[in-house]
Write a protein that binds this ligand. Sequence first.
Ligand SMILES: [Zn+2]
Length: 254
Amino acid sequence: MSKKALIGWAVILSMGILGNGCVAPPGGGGLSHARGTSLTLDPWGHRPGPMGFHTVIIDAGHGGKDPGAISRTTGDREKTLAMDTAKRLARKLEGSFRTVFIRSGDTFVDLDDRVAMASQRDGAILVSLHYNASPNSGVAGPETYYWRVDSHGLATRIQRGLESLSPRRGSLGLRRRRLRLTRNPQVPCVLVEFGYLSNPTDARRCADPSMRERFAEVVAQAIRTQAAQGDAGTGPKPPPLNQPLSRPTDPPGS
Ligand SMILES: [Zn+2]
């Protein structure tokens, strides 16, 4: 048996002992949840969603050399719509929360740098704002992504609100997915896709400033409710899941 195989067996054995299919987090530590003793502190976000937070980190997706999705219907670029929505959201949160922009202009910021900037903040949440695209122009509707247990409540609230504004046709809705901006930050974080720029109906809706104003209001209201009520009314929490940090080299959807 090779050394590699031995390490593999050690992992399998430890998974059996821990009983929840976990692998150890990088750098060790944070396994208290695996022994069923505490869900309050660990690097995975295996804890209830936050209440009483005062800082909202707003990440307008893409920027600079990275336009994100481009609509064939309207010509809109995702990076521009995301920044517009980010500013609308910040205005709505003014007076109640401190807001921090990951990018404030049309600049390129690497995803890992966005993660590092967000993780410096204590008592904060991160919302990353995007507009979607698919090779299938029939796919439409909002999607909200999260990974951490402490981000499920906010993601649920946002997705519910967006679905009250926009019908879904083939889109995925609320999804737990290990992305760099959902798995890697050390703060509760969600990634919102407001609609599909590749779908003509969605693209026209997303191009409408009054609709983006409503998108921003839905996200702002979800943040206000989360800060006031925590996870109340957002349903059962997802199970703890320990996975490695998301890397640029990971296959899509992994
Ligand atoms: Zn995007």
